[in-house]
Design a protein around this ligand. Structure first.
Ligand SMILES: CC(C)(COP(=O)(O)OP(=O)(O)OC[C@H]1O[C@@H](n2cnc3c(N)ncnc32)[C@H](O)[C@@H]1OP(=O)(O)O)[C@@H](O)C(=O)NCCC(=O)NCCS
Length: 172
Protein backbone atom coordinates (compact mmCIF):
# COMPACT_ATOMS: atom_id res chain seq x y z
CA UNK A 1 0.00 0.00 0.00
CA UNK A 2 1.40 3.43 -0.98
CA UNK A 3 1.90 6.18 1.56
CA UNK A 4 -1.06 8.57 1.73
CA UNK A 5 -0.63 12.32 1.39
CA UNK A 6 -3.07 14.66 3.16
CA UNK A 7 -4.18 17.96 1.62
CA UNK A 8 -7.11 20.38 1.89
CA UNK A 9 -10.17 19.33 -0.14
CA UNK A 10 -11.09 21.21 -3.33
CA UNK A 11 -14.39 21.21 -5.28
CA UNK A 12 -12.72 18.96 -7.90
CA UNK A 13 -12.56 16.21 -5.24
CA UNK A 14 -16.34 16.00 -4.82
CA UNK A 15 -17.04 13.24 -7.41
CA UNK A 16 -14.45 10.98 -5.71
CA UNK A 17 -15.84 11.95 -2.30
CA UNK A 18 -19.31 10.81 -3.42
CA UNK A 19 -17.79 7.51 -4.53
CA UNK A 20 -16.28 6.90 -1.07
CA UNK A 21 -19.55 7.96 0.59
CA UNK A 22 -21.38 5.29 -1.46
CA UNK A 23 -18.92 2.62 -0.27
CA UNK A 24 -18.96 3.66 3.40
CA UNK A 25 -22.55 4.58 4.31
CA UNK A 26 -25.94 2.91 4.14
CA UNK A 27 -28.26 4.58 1.63
CA UNK A 28 -30.27 6.60 4.14
CA UNK A 29 -27.05 8.37 5.18
CA UNK A 30 -26.06 9.48 1.67
CA UNK A 31 -25.95 13.26 1.28
CA UNK A 32 -26.19 15.07 -2.04
CA UNK A 33 -23.22 16.57 -3.82
CA UNK A 34 -24.79 20.00 -3.35
CA UNK A 35 -25.07 19.52 0.42
CA UNK A 36 -21.44 18.42 0.69
CA UNK A 37 -20.28 21.22 -1.64
CA UNK A 38 -21.96 23.76 0.64
CA UNK A 39 -19.98 22.41 3.61
CA UNK A 40 -16.72 22.70 1.68
CA UNK A 41 -17.59 26.26 0.58
CA UNK A 42 -18.37 27.19 4.18
CA UNK A 43 -14.95 26.12 5.46
CA UNK A 44 -12.35 25.00 2.89
CA UNK A 45 -9.50 25.15 5.43
CA UNK A 46 -11.10 22.50 7.67
CA UNK A 47 -12.11 19.96 5.00
CA UNK A 48 -9.34 17.49 4.12
CA UNK A 49 -8.66 14.48 1.93
CA UNK A 50 -6.05 11.73 1.80
CA UNK A 51 -4.72 10.36 -1.48
CA UNK A 52 -2.02 7.82 -2.38
CA UNK A 53 1.38 9.43 -3.04
CA UNK A 54 1.70 10.22 -6.76
CA UNK A 55 -2.04 9.83 -7.39
CA UNK A 56 -3.61 13.00 -5.93
CA UNK A 57 -6.93 12.42 -7.73
CA UNK A 58 -7.45 8.88 -6.36
CA UNK A 59 -8.88 9.64 -2.94
CA UNK A 60 -8.58 7.16 -0.08
CA UNK A 61 -10.46 9.18 2.57
CA UNK A 62 -12.19 12.48 3.27
CA UNK A 63 -13.27 14.66 6.17
CA UNK A 64 -15.77 17.55 6.21
CA UNK A 65 -15.68 19.91 9.21
CA UNK A 66 -16.84 23.49 9.69
CA UNK A 67 -17.80 25.96 12.38
CA UNK A 68 -21.44 26.04 13.44
CA UNK A 69 -23.52 27.61 16.25
CA UNK A 70 -22.97 25.49 19.36
CA UNK A 71 -26.64 25.45 20.35
CA UNK A 72 -27.75 24.16 16.94
CA UNK A 73 -27.04 21.30 14.51
CA UNK A 74 -26.57 21.55 10.74
CA UNK A 75 -29.51 19.96 8.90
CA UNK A 76 -28.72 16.49 7.56
CA UNK A 77 -28.34 16.70 3.76
CA UNK A 78 -29.22 20.41 3.85
CA UNK A 79 -27.48 23.30 2.11
CA UNK A 80 -25.45 25.27 4.62
CA UNK A 81 -24.66 28.97 4.62
CA UNK A 82 -22.98 31.28 7.09
CA UNK A 83 -26.11 32.84 8.62
CA UNK A 84 -25.21 33.17 12.31
CA UNK A 85 -24.62 36.47 14.02
CA UNK A 86 -22.90 36.26 17.40
CA UNK A 87 -23.24 33.39 19.88
CA UNK A 88 -20.86 30.52 20.69
CA UNK A 89 -19.49 28.56 17.73
CA UNK A 90 -18.31 24.95 17.77
CA UNK A 91 -15.99 23.00 15.47
CA UNK A 92 -18.53 20.63 13.91
CA UNK A 93 -16.96 17.42 12.58
CA UNK A 94 -19.52 16.50 9.97
CA UNK A 95 -18.38 13.47 8.00
CA UNK A 96 -15.31 11.24 8.11
CA UNK A 97 -15.01 8.30 5.72
CA UNK A 98 -12.11 6.07 4.73
CA UNK A 99 -12.59 3.82 1.68
CA UNK A 100 -12.51 0.16 2.74
CA UNK A 101 -9.10 -0.45 1.15
CA UNK A 102 -7.54 2.29 3.30
CA UNK A 103 -9.16 1.50 6.65
CA UNK A 104 -7.12 0.50 9.68
CA UNK A 105 -4.02 2.52 8.76
CA UNK A 106 -4.61 5.58 10.90
CA UNK A 107 -5.86 7.74 8.03
CA UNK A 108 -8.94 8.95 9.90
CA UNK A 109 -6.87 10.08 12.86
CA UNK A 110 -4.42 11.93 10.58
CA UNK A 111 -7.27 13.72 8.78
CA UNK A 112 -8.87 14.70 12.09
CA UNK A 113 -5.53 16.06 13.38
CA UNK A 114 -5.00 18.14 10.22
CA UNK A 115 -8.48 19.65 10.39
CA UNK A 116 -8.16 20.20 14.13
CA UNK A 117 -5.05 22.34 13.58
CA UNK A 118 -7.09 24.55 11.23
CA UNK A 119 -9.94 24.73 13.77
CA UNK A 120 -7.50 25.83 16.46
CA UNK A 121 -6.13 28.49 14.09
CA UNK A 122 -9.71 29.70 13.67
CA UNK A 123 -9.98 30.13 17.46
CA UNK A 124 -12.56 27.40 18.07
CA UNK A 125 -12.62 25.88 21.57
CA UNK A 126 -15.26 23.12 21.51
CA UNK A 127 -15.98 20.36 19.02
CA UNK A 128 -19.21 18.50 18.34
CA UNK A 129 -20.22 15.70 16.02
CA UNK A 130 -22.98 13.21 15.31
CA UNK A 131 -21.68 9.63 15.39
CA UNK A 132 -23.57 7.21 13.11
CA UNK A 133 -23.18 3.56 12.10
CA UNK A 134 -21.88 2.61 15.57
CA UNK A 135 -18.83 4.89 15.23
CA UNK A 136 -19.30 6.41 18.72
CA UNK A 137 -16.65 4.01 20.03
CA UNK A 138 -14.14 5.26 17.50
CA UNK A 139 -14.82 8.89 18.40
CA UNK A 140 -14.69 7.97 22.08
CA UNK A 141 -11.06 6.93 21.59
CA UNK A 142 -10.39 10.53 20.51
CA UNK A 143 -11.95 11.85 23.71
CA UNK A 144 -15.45 12.67 22.47
CA UNK A 145 -18.20 11.99 24.99
CA UNK A 146 -21.89 11.53 24.40
CA UNK A 147 -24.10 14.49 25.38
CA UNK A 148 -27.88 14.81 25.41
CA UNK A 149 -29.43 17.15 22.83
CA UNK A 150 -30.79 20.21 24.65
CA UNK A 151 -34.38 20.78 23.62
CA UNK A 152 -36.92 19.44 21.16
CA UNK A 153 -35.55 21.31 18.12
CA UNK A 154 -32.07 19.84 18.57
CA UNK A 155 -33.52 16.36 19.19
CA UNK A 156 -35.47 16.56 15.93
CA UNK A 157 -32.38 17.58 13.97
CA UNK A 158 -30.38 14.77 15.57
CA UNK A 159 -33.09 12.23 14.67
CA UNK A 160 -32.67 13.19 10.99
CA UNK A 161 -29.20 11.58 11.15
CA UNK A 162 -30.82 8.22 11.94
CA UNK A 163 -32.13 6.20 14.88
CA UNK A 164 -28.60 5.31 16.01
CA UNK A 165 -27.24 8.88 15.86
CA UNK A 166 -25.23 9.94 18.92
CA UNK A 167 -24.38 13.59 19.71
CA UNK A 168 -20.83 13.90 21.06
CA UNK A 169 -18.55 16.67 22.29
CA UNK A 170 -14.98 17.40 23.42
CA UNK A 171 -12.68 20.39 23.68
CA UNK A 172 -10.87 21.11 20.42
C1 LIG B 1 -14.63 4.90 11.34
C2 LIG B 1 -13.56 5.12 10.28
C3 LIG B 1 -13.59 6.58 9.80
C4 LIG B 1 -12.18 4.83 10.91
O1 LIG B 1 -11.19 5.05 9.90
P1 LIG B 1 -9.75 4.33 9.96
O2 LIG B 1 -8.78 5.14 9.15
O3 LIG B 1 -9.92 2.91 9.60
O4 LIG B 1 -9.40 4.46 11.49
P2 LIG B 1 -8.01 4.27 12.17
O5 LIG B 1 -7.07 3.49 11.27
O6 LIG B 1 -7.55 5.60 12.68
O7 LIG B 1 -8.41 3.40 13.41
C5 LIG B 1 -8.66 2.04 13.23
C6 LIG B 1 -9.12 1.47 14.57
O8 LIG B 1 -10.46 1.94 14.82
C7 LIG B 1 -11.30 0.82 15.01
N1 LIG B 1 -12.62 1.12 14.46
C8 LIG B 1 -12.97 1.22 13.18
N2 LIG B 1 -14.28 1.49 13.08
C9 LIG B 1 -14.74 1.58 14.34
C10 LIG B 1 -16.02 1.81 14.91
N3 LIG B 1 -17.09 2.03 14.12
N4 LIG B 1 -16.15 1.83 16.25
C11 LIG B 1 -15.06 1.61 17.05
N5 LIG B 1 -13.82 1.36 16.57
C12 LIG B 1 -13.68 1.34 15.23
C13 LIG B 1 -10.62 -0.30 14.27
O9 LIG B 1 -11.02 -1.56 14.79
C14 LIG B 1 -9.15 -0.03 14.57
O10 LIG B 1 -8.85 -0.47 15.86
P3 LIG B 1 -7.34 -0.91 16.27
O11 LIG B 1 -6.49 0.34 16.16
O12 LIG B 1 -7.49 -1.37 17.69
O13 LIG B 1 -6.94 -1.96 15.31
C15 LIG B 1 -13.73 4.14 9.08
O14 LIG B 1 -13.85 2.84 9.58
C16 LIG B 1 -14.92 4.46 8.18
O15 LIG B 1 -14.79 5.24 7.23
N6 LIG B 1 -16.10 3.86 8.46
C17 LIG B 1 -17.27 4.05 7.59
C18 LIG B 1 -17.83 5.47 7.67
C19 LIG B 1 -18.20 5.84 9.08
O16 LIG B 1 -18.90 5.13 9.78
N7 LIG B 1 -17.70 7.03 9.48
C20 LIG B 1 -17.94 7.58 10.80
C21 LIG B 1 -19.27 8.24 10.84
S1 LIG B 1 -19.55 9.15 12.35
Amino acid sequence: MRESILRPMTPADLPAVLGIQAQCYRGTLHESGAALASRLALSPATCWVAAPAGRPEALAAYLFTHMWPQDSLPPFDGLLARHWDGGELTWFVHDMAVAPAGQGQGLALRLWQAARAAALDAGLCSSRLVAVQSAAGWWGRLGYQQIAPAGAALSAKLAAYGDDAVLMEREV
